[in-house]
Structures are given as structure tokens and as C-alpha cells.
Ligand binder design. Structure first.
Ligand SMILES: NC(=O)C1=CN([C@@H]2O[C@H](COP(=O)(O)OP(=O)(O)OC[C@H]3O[C@@H](n4cnc5c(N)ncnc54)[C@H](OP(=O)(O)O)[C@@H]3O)[C@@H](O)[C@H]2O)[C@@H](O)CC1
Ligand SMILES: Nc1ncnc2c1ncn2[C@@H]1O[C@H](COP(=O)(O)OP(=O)(O)O)[C@@H](O)[C@H]1O
Ligand SMILES: [K+]
Length: 505
């Protein structure tokens, strides 16, 4: 797991640690880590001069320097690279400049130009092998002001490798929100702990590859605000088939989905549950959906239901909602499911029903809601643009207000439960934005709930494997190829076994 802390907690930890260290020691640690990553990039030939030598000697390095300590870090890192023979130019963009850092750079042979000094800054950026963005770090607020915005644009278009110091300038550290121009980095070197904005789009997408430099903050940091699960975590959360397993012990999800009119969602949701490792899947729906599910998934045990689930048989968890309609019948059946003391996942039409029947969520068993931005907006009485713009804030609010584990789908899937750090899904691809792929996710999480996983673990594992399956389906079987193809929701179902197999590796 990777853990992230909001700015306030980083500042508190920094104060506690600084009280024990000589003046400037923390900045020098950060700068040393930053310089070391940059030297590695230059050495590997990913940036700058190739051929004999260490890649640093003779490399053109440009520093974009803001008025705060982020600029200080960049200047001290520039000093280190200059001492190893790099030609370092600092572009001073702030209303003031970190004096110690600038003096150190100059003493190592580096030079400085003002951001407003004609076309010199642009020429330096165009000639650079590597650029360090030291304009704004955790002190950044709102959209980038000038000249930062223009410099961010030039640097992001340059051929040089662009390394962000702590955070890409223009990305909000706590939320990942970008308002206007922002640095689009290849690599971000972040200090002490990850920041939530590096996990969540659009911030995550601006950060590129993120490297964490340990500066000793660890013991002083309080609880994390967000975390990014890794394969090993997902492997722990997914129920394993044991030697003594049988189909009932592995967990039986019940899927209440589809209707006379809508059948596809039911087939896909059952597909997610079957491929998610359920011992057996029970499926309850209207006759037409039942016929189709039997045809596609003969493994499922099906029941035609009208207005009661009494004949369905025992299940360990329910998935309710995809394609089930929003009429009175749907409301009655959803009410019956939520009245049980079993874990229940509600998706799609089920969420629409909940917008008028919030009272159904007054239960003590685990509930998982899997809305996209539009569905969450309706549940919270706001609009989808607001949710999209501030995903972390809204998913946290939903978890508090709706008494549920809430998984908000979209460009970065985020999962919240009251009093816990938000889990951010690191896998996924925009190619998953295809009709029915959300239905697959609902069945997959339902299989994990039925297998006994805690609600937040089931949701995080489901999002991870679903995202990975989407990527694998889009990439196809050619190893190492960057080529991708559009995918259907059924392709995601079919790629789930391959996604599970990566967990063991
Ligand atoms: N914490 C730690 O553990 C460690 C922290 N370290 C480093 O310190 C960094 C934080 O430094 P920091 O506090 O000086 O803030 P920083 O990001 O440089 O910017 C502040 C300046 O930006 C300005 N400004 C704000 N918004 C703006 C905008 N939109 N557009 C334009 N300008 C804007 C604002 O000006 P104002 O609005 O006040 O006029 C203010 O003057 C941190 O990210 C890390 O790199 C490491 O050295 C060691 C360990
Ligand atoms: N831009 C995107 N990047 C990555 N994943 C996305 C993006 N847009 C949507 N998704 C994913 O695609 C799936 C779509 O689900 P959903 O909105 O419920 O559609 P449907 O109801 O048609 O299945 C979700 O898993 C969501 O996270
Ligand atoms: K920065």
C-alpha cells in the first residue's frame, strides 16, 4: 500500500522533525533525493546526453524556480548536478528567490536568468535535456499565476525530461484538482510521503511516474488520508480457494439484476461474479433475463421472481440493481434485499431507487454503493460536474451521509468508508468507459463480498482487478506491444482470469 497525507499533516510532521534537525537539513535531504533521481534519469539515457560518461557531465539542466521552499529544493538539487558537471540554468520566476539555494547554485558554477529576461528562458527550456519544476509544491493554491503558467506550458511541450519537485506545479496537493495551466511531468519526486493529489486524476496524470524520497518524516506523520493499493494488498483481500473449499464455502452471491426489457446488464453482472471466483452464483430476475443468463452462464442457478425473493435459496451477499428497472416491483425487491443482514452492493437502477428511498440505507450490515458521478450527484442532491471536479470530497461526504462504503467510478475510481483513508484505484483505462463495464464490476465485488471480504477490501480489490482486466483486454496478447484496441464489457469479463494471475507474480 502507498500512503498519502494532506498538506496540513505534512506541515505538522515537518515542524516536529525540523525541531530536531539543524537549519536547512530537511531541504538538503529533499534536494539530495531529487538530484539523485535526476542523475539516474540522465545516466540511463532517458534524459540528455548518451554515450560514454555518467550522463550528468555536460547535460543541459534547467530549473524553474518559484518563490518558496519548492524553489529552494530545486536550487540545491541544481547545485549537486552542477558539481557533477551539468550545465545548470535557473529561471527565477517568483517574486523572491531562496537565497541560500541560489548562492549554492552559483558557487557550483550554475547561472540564473529572470523569467522576464526576453527569450532567454524559452531558449534555455528548448535546449534542455532535463527540466526540474520547482515553481510550486505543497504551498500552491488555485490556478497558476504568471509567469508560472507560461513556463509550465513551455516546459510541458519541451523535449527534455520534465521532473516535478514534490508535486507538478498547478496540481492541488490534497485533491488532485488542476485549475488551468499545470506542469505535465514525466517523473515526480515527492518528499516524505505521497500527497493525495498525486493519486487522483487529473493530478495523477500530470505527475507521471512518482518516486518517493524518504526524508525521515515517517515517525511524525499521523494517519494517512488516502492510500493506493498494490497487487500484494489485492491478493490478500481476495478470498482464496482453500483445499477444504466447496462451492458453498467459497461464497454464494445472489444477483438481482435485469428485467423483462433489460437483459444485458444481468448477463454481465453474473459474468463478473462467476469470473470473480464465486463458488456458485444465484440469479433472480424476470423470465426473459433468466432465460438469457441461463444461456450465457449455465453455471448460474436461476430463479424467476415477481415481487418476492423467498424462493431464491441461501446467499452470502447480494448484488442488486443493474438493469432491474426503477418501478415499484424493483423498489420492493431492493427493499427485501436491504432488509437482510447480509452484505449488499447496490448499483445502477438500484441507486436510482435509493435516491427516493434513502431510508432503505438505515441498516447495520455492510452496504456498498457503486455510483458514477451522475448517480452520486443525484444521491447527494448536487450536479455531476461538481462531483467530477471534486471527487475525493464528494465520495467522503457520500460515505458519511449514506451509511455505506461508496465506490465512485470514473477516470480515477475512489472508494470511501467513514473514518478510513480513501482508497484510490491505480489500475484502469479510459477504454473501460463502455456500456456494461460497470455491471461487470458489480458482480465481481459481489463475489468478494460473498467470499467474506470486508466491504472496503471487496470494493478496492474489485476496482483493481476490473481496471487491470480492462488494460489487459485492450492490450491483447502481444507481449510488450503498446498497441491497444477498443474493448467491450464482455472482453473485460474474459480478461478477469488473466488479471487474477498477475497477482501471484
Ligand atoms: N513539508 C516538508 O516536509 C518539506 C518541504 N519541502 C519543500 O517545501 C515545499 C513547500 O514550500 P512552501 O511552503 O514555501 O510553498 P511552495 O509550494 O514553494 O509555494 C509557496 C509560494 O507560492 C506562491 N503561490 C501559491 N499559489 C500560487 C499560484 N497558484 N501561482 C503562483 N504562485 C503561487 C505563494 O505566494 P503568495 O500566494 O503567498 O503570494 C508562496 O510564496 C514543498 O513542496 C517541498 O518542495 C522540502 O524542502 C523539505 C521537506
Ligand atoms: N475515463 C475513464 N477512465 C477510466 N475508467 C473509466 C473512465 N470512465 C469510466 N470508467 C470506468 O468504466 C466503468 C463504467 O461503468 P458505468 O459508468 O457504471 O457504466 P455502465 O453502467 O454502462 O456499465 C467504471 O468501472 C468506470 O470506473
Ligand atoms: K513543483
Amino acid at each position: 500500500m502507498r500512503y498519502a497525507h494532506e498538506v496540513e499533516k505534512v506541515r505538522a510532521a515537518e515542524r516536529a522533525l525540523m525541531a530536531r534537525l539543524p537549519e536547512g537539513a530537511l531541504m538538503r535531504r529533499a534536494a539530495a533525493g531529487l538530484a539523485s533521481v535526476c542523475a539516474g534519469l540522465l545516466r540511463s539515457g532517458r534524459a540528455g546526453v548518451t554515450g560514454p560518461g555518467d550522463g550528468v557531465y555536460g547535460a543541459e539542466v534547467v530549473l524553474l524556480v518559484g518563490s518558496g521552499d519548492n524553489g529552494g529544493d530545486a536550487l540545491y538539487a541544481g547545485e549537486r548536478l552542477a558539481r557533477r558537471g551539468a550545465r545548470v540554468t535557473a529561471i527565477l520566476a517568483g517574486s523572491k528567490t531562496h537565497e541560500g539555494g541560489l548562492a549554492a547554485l552559483r558557487s557550483a558554477g550554475g547561472r540564473a536568468v529572470e523569467a522576464g529576461d526576453g527569450d532567454r528562458p524559452v531558449r534555455a527550456i528548448e535546449a534542455a535535456d532535463l527540466i526540474i519544476d520547482g515553481m510550486l509544491g505543497i504551498g500552491g493554491r488555485g490556478g497558476l499565476r504568471e509567469p508560472y503558467a507560461t513556463l509550465a506550458g513551455h516546459a510541458s511541450c519541451a523535449i527534455a525530461t520534465l521532473v516535478a519537485c514534490d508535486l507538478p506545479s498547478g496540481v492541488d496537493a490534497d485533491t488532485g484538482v488542476v485549475s488551468g495551466a499545470a506542469v505535465h511531468a514525466d517523473v515526480t519526486v515527492t518528499f516524505g510521503t505521497y500527497k493525495p493529489g498525486l493519486f487522483v486524476d487529473p493530478g495523477a496524470e500530470h505527475a507521471g511516474v512518482v518516486e518517493l524520497v524518504d526524508i525521515g518524516l515517517g515517525p511524525y506523520l499521523s494517519d494517512p488520508d488516502a492510500c493506493l493499493p498494490q497487487a500484494a494488498d489485492v491478493d490478500l483481500w481476495t478470498p482464496q480457494a482453500q483445499r477444504e473449499s466447496n462451492k458453498y464455502r467459497r461464497g454464494v452471491p445472489g444477483v438481482l439484476a435485469g428485467s423483462e426489457t433489460f437483459t444485458g446488464a444481468a448477463v454481465l453482472s453474473v459474468g463478473g461474479a462467476v469470473r470473480g471466483g464465486a463458488g456458485m452464483v444465484r440469479f433472480a430476475s424476470a423470465r426473459h433475463s433468466v432465460e438469457l443468463v441461463r444461456h450465457h452462464w449455465p453455471e448460474a442457478v436461476t430463479s424467476v421472481v415477481e415481487d418476492s425473493l423467498s424462493g431464491v435459496g441461501r446467499v452470502n451477499a447480494w448484488v442488486a440493481g443493474p438493469g432491474m428497472g426503477t418501478d415499484e416491483r424493483a423498489e420492493t425487491l431492493l427493499g427485501e434485499v436491504l432488509a437482510t443482514d447480509l452484505p449488499v452492493l447496490v448499483d445502477a437502477d438500484g441507486l436510482t431507487v435509493l435516491t427516493r428511498r434513502r431510508d432503505l440505507l438505515g441498516r447495520s450490515a455492510p452496504t456498498v454503493l457503486t455510483p458514477h458521478a451522475g448517480e452520486l450527484a443525484r444521491l447527494l442532491g448536487t450536479d455531476a460536474d461538481q462531483v467530477e471536479a471534486r471527487r475525493l470530497e464528494h465520495v467522503r461526504r457520500a460515505a458519511e451521509e449514506l451509511n455505506a462504503t461508496v465506490l465512485l467510478k470514473g477516470s480515477t475510481t475512489v472508494i470511501a468508508e467513514a473514518d478510513r483513508p480513501v482508497r484510490v484505484n491505480p489500475t484502469g483505462t479510459p477504454r473501460l468507459a463502455t456500456a456494461g463495464s460497470g455491471d461487470v464490476l458489480s458482480g465481481l465485488i459481489g463475489a468478494f463480498l460473498a467470499g467474506g471480504a470486508a466491504a472496503i477490501d471487496a470494493a478496492a480489490a474489485g476496482a483493481y482487478l476490473h481496471g487491470l482486466a480492462g488494460r489487459l483486454a485492450a492490450a491483447g496478447p502481444e507481449p510488450g506491444s503498446d498497441a491497444e484496441a477498443p474493448i467491450s464489457a464482455q472482453d473485460v469479463v474474459d480478461a478477469l482470469p488473466a488479471a487474477f494471475r498477475t497477482l501471484a507474480g
